[in-house]
Design a binder for this molecule. Sequence first.
Ligand code: PGA
Length: 251
Amino acid sequence: MSITPYIVGNWKMNGTRAMLTEARAIDRAAKRFPGVQVGIAPPFTLIHQLREEVTEIGVGAQDCHVEGSGAFTGDISGPMILDAGADFTIVGHSERRAMHGETDELVRAKAEAAQAAGLGVILCVGETEAERDSGRAEEIVTAQLEGSLPRTERAPYKLSVAYEPVWAIGTGRVPLVSDVGAMHRAIRAKLLEVYGADGAESRILYGGSVNAKNAAELLAADEVGGALVGGASLSAESFAAIMGAAGAGSE
Ligand code: PGA
């Protein structure tokens, strides 16, 4: 990889203050891999404290409301996330698309609101197993991107796209490396179509059952600029091994 690889942990709804110990260990590990950019997206409740505890890694949220403030019980806005000390947010994760009915249009609005607040954005897309089996995965994922990419002037600069096949998330199953490469090339082509030459700036991360064993192979696939890691980011040991795989690949 010629670009700086970006390895991001998505803690999902896991972690109480006891997990700050693990975050400190992840932070110490990140120091060993200066050629790798590392981030953790803990639950909202840990963002502020985690930010106070770490120095080497970015801290992010897992979602962001489209409005800055107002009568939206239970929601958290971009300016609040920034104020808590985060520097990026994930939007459009398949768990939010599936369990909260988030549409491409809403995901796009969230990405634009997050960027307007000054946050970097990791925009997730990915096909279901039935869609993969239908042979239309690339068509479906690029259509999702077309609908969810932010379209403001600043859009391509603080944007990463995470390709996460829904059937690979938390299942221990991963696509063929050649399929990952093909999908990432299709995503790059869409980014160039939408943003022109600036579309080359965004990193495209792979996510879905990335672990210490398969990381090197997945990170070496075409146009893979990093990884979005769920389960394996909850332990410093396995997450550090993934950072190591990215660090070795970037030398
Ligand atoms: P997983 O999750 O690594 O546990 O499969 C990845 C994700 O959902 O971001």
